[in-house]
Write a protein that binds this ligand. Structure first.
Ligand code: MBD
Ligand code: FE
Length: 270
């Protein structure tokens, strides 16, 4: 695979790096430290994490700066393909004693002209109430809080899950070290991940956030967009036969069917 734009970015990095070395009068010990840190980043498997935290959001903003509809945001490093298909309305796979507050999350999927999009595939994944993702934390069952469902004939879906917890990116590895050095906390606001694939059109990679979250303004990964914030509405549990209160959250999506492909395969020259 040869992608000239990617080559240009790497070449630009080499040039900028030389400038930085000169600007900061880097000596050989400094240089060795840099190499060691990069080596650790690679060996720890955190390169995707580091890239997604610091750069992915900018690539998406560049790509969508001139288009209307729901804004895309970071895919992040924790997406898993082909998780279980669940009913709509349905329940995201979860433990019998899944910790956290029950959340009924619903949405209406339309195109940018307001036409409902039936049979749209929605891939959803999220951290549990403790901020941990299945597949990336020990002792969480496979596919926990991950699933795929399809919108009904009105473009509507509803899925029962739990409210995601505040999320900290791993703080002990090379990415966490780097954040300490630059004096930044490792938190992201609580979020739901969605990958939305309409029958005819391009997919939308996005996330949902909630009003009042203390990290909306200073997300370590800068993934928050105004159109992606909704509200957690609290309800008395009795009406759903629950002992505790529960939440609902709703959001409308406006998908671009032709404006601009999300992944333009034509720029990749195999
Ligand atoms: C996440 O859960 C995430 O959503 C992003 C964007 C980066 C790191 C971890
Ligand atoms: Fe995430």
């Amino acid at each position: 695979m040869k992608n000239q734009k990617v080559i240009n970015v790497y070449q630009g990095l080499v040039i900028k790096f030389k400038d930085l070395i000169r600007e900061h009068e880097i000596d050989h010990d400094d240089y060795q430290e840099l190499v060691n840190w990069m080596d650790k980043l690679g060996k720890s498997g955190e390169i995707p994490l580091f890239m997604d935290v610091f750069f992915e959001t900018h690539a998406l903003q560049e790509m969508y700066k001139h288009v209307k509809g729901t804004e895309p945001t970071i895919l992040g490093p924790y997406y898993i393909e082909n998780t279980p298909v669940v009913e709509n309305p349905g329940i995201l796979p979860q433990r019998d004693d899944e910790p956290g507050d029950v959340l009924y999350f619903s949405g209406l999927v339309k195109d940018v002209d307001g036409n409902p999009l039936a049979n749209t595939k929605i891939d959803m994944w999220q951290a549990d109430a403790n901020g941990e993702y299945s597949y990336f934390a020990d002792d969480i069952p496979k596919d926990n809080l991950r699933g795929v469902f399809y919108t009904d004939e009105n473009g509507y879906f509803e899925v029962k899950t739990v409210a995601p917890g505040n999320y900290s990116i791993p703080a002990d590895g090379p990415t966490g070290n780097f954040l300490k050095w630059i004096d930044h906390h490792p938190y992201r606001p609580a979020h739901l991940h969605l990958l939305i694939q309409p029958e005819n059109g391009d997919k939308l990679v996005t996330q949902i956030y909630f009003e009042g979250d203390q990290y909306l303004e200073n997300d370590v990964a800068q993934g928050v967009r105004g159109t992606l914030i909704t509200k957690l509405e609290q309800h008395a549990g009795a009406e759903k036969g629950l002992k505790n209160y529960y939440y609902t959250a709703h959001i409308d999506f406006e998908l671009r069917l032709q404006d601009k492909p999300v992944f333009d395969k034509s720029i990749v020259d195999k």
